[in-house]
Write a new protein. Structure first.
Length: 437
């Protein structure tokens, strides 16, 4: 091989080595780039061990906070409810005594008495006691009205008391039916609640004699409120907003109205108050058993002037005050038995005899409102059966309640009459809507 050929071979080998070196360098860079990408992909994943350690630290911090009662509140204590229903001869003190020491009992009575007169604790009233896991009564709820509860929180040596107004839902109910026997009996059959029916009878007792005025097929209509206590899931009945009794083609229509002087009252379409000064029949759904006038006395057998009217009714039927006034006498009165007499003004009085008992609020000198329960039908004194003997006394002389011409009440005028007329139309529209929806 000559020198020129050898030099040519060396040059070729040199270029091959350069090409191989460049190729190796490029592959190396590519591998390095892939490796870096893998590292960057893996990097965000945290170390499980470190994550566990951090969670342990959080748990320890939270546990300390709970122990010290700082940021996170303790779970509310589960309380066991005890229901107590007031029975005859029960007193508030007697009811709560088994659950508290004398100091707590006195504190509870002192606090409750600030908001509620415990003399008016009634039979059937409910009291709710709440017991913790240590069998200690720590809370008490005393419903003092349909719309309000007294809530007591009880500690060893202290009592805190709150009043809670309960959310009440209102609904309107309408009824229309024919009377075949009596307003009372047919009202019950039609589903009219007894409390509402009693109020209807009280309202109409100013104008009608239930025994004589109501004939068969008389039409009766009513719109009244139903009140629902959403907390206790209980129901009461609110105001009667509209009533109508068609007697001999005449409508006895009454509409409720809140007067400018702050009273809830009832008026006819002309704005005349339907109330009279005294009730003719101060009792619910009773049968007139003996009228005013001469009769043969059922016990003595002699003819004698019967100076009142008798209404036969079951023992315990509520008796209402015939008008606003002051109680002049309450107690036993010879043959009258248990007896109440009310003075209404300088000329009129009413008397109620043969009662079985009195409302707790009734005493000599007490002021009463018309329609307020004053006592209950009984059979005391000279009586042949359960009934109410009712007298209206005018200038100290008994007169016939059924023939009494009683003056009307307030007559609406001017802007008040205009407001009433608008309310009247709204009420009647709601009555028709509820009746036919």
């Amino acid at each position: 091989m000559n020198i020129e050929s050898f030099s040519f071979v060396k040059i070729i080998i040199f270029f091959v080595l350069i090409v191989l070196g460049i190729n190796s360098f490029i592959q190396g860079l590519s591998s390095l780039n892939n490796f870096n990408q893998k590292i960057s992909f893996i990097k965000p994943i945290e170390n499980p061990k470190n994550d566990f350690v951090e969670k342990e630290k959080i748990k320890k911090i939270d546990s300390k906070k709970i122990d010290k009662k700082q940021s996170i509140p303790l779970k509310e204590e589960v309380l066991n409810e005890k229901l107590i229903i007031v029975k005859k001869n029960d007193t508030f003190s007697k009811i709560i005594r088994p659950f508290f020491n004398i100091q707590q009992e006195n504190l509870i009575i002192q606090n409750v008495s600030k908001k509620f007169d415990l003399k008016y604790l009634s039979i059937g009233q409910k009291i709710y006691l709440y017991e913790n896991e240590k069998n200690q009564i720590v809370k008490m709820i005393l419903p003092i009205s349909f719309k309000k509860d007294l809530i007591l929180y009880i500690n060893q040596n202290s009592i805190s008391l709150n009043e809670e107004n309960i959310e009440i839902e209102k609904d309107s109910n309408s009824l229309k039916f024919k009377i075949s026997s009596s307003l009372y009996q047919d009202g019950k059959k039609a589903g009219l609640p007894l409390a509402v029916l009693a109020e209807v009878i009280r309202l109409y007792s100013f104008d009608i004699d239930f025994q004589r005025d109501i004939k068969k097929d008389t039409i009766f209509e009513i719109l009244y409120e139903t009140l629902i206590n959403t907390k206790r899931n209980t129901t009461e009945y609110g105001d009667i907003e509209y009533i109508n009794l068609k007697i001999e083609k005449k409508d006895l229509e009454y509409f409720i109205f809140f007067t400018e002087d702050g009273y809830v009252d009832y008026f006819d379409r002309e704005g005349k108050n339907v109330k009279k000064s005294l009730l003719k029949t101060p009792i619910d759904g009773a049968r007139l058993s003996s009228n005013f006038g001469m009769r043969k006395h059922p016990i003595s057998g002699y003819n004698k002037l019967h100076k009142g009217v008798d209404f036969a009714a079951p023992i315990g039927t509520p008796v209402y005050a015939g008008g606003n006034g002051v109680v002049e006498f309450v107690g036993r009165n010879g043959g009258y038995g248990k007896y109440i007499r009310i003075r209404h003004n300088n000329e009129y009085k009413t008397a109620y005899a043969h009662l079985s008992g009195y409302n707790k609020k009734i005493y000599k000198g007490a002021r009463v409102n018309q329609g307020e329960v004053i006592g209950y039908v009984g059979n005391t004194g000279n009586s042949t059966g359960p009934h109410l003997h009712y007298e209206i006394i005018f200038q100290n002389k008994q007169i016939n309640p059924m023939k009494l011409k009683l003056p009307s009440g307030k007559i609406l005028k001017g802007s008040e009459l205009k407001k009433f007329k608008k309310n009247m139309k709204d009420i009647y529209a709601r009555h028709l809507y509820a009746l036919y929806e």
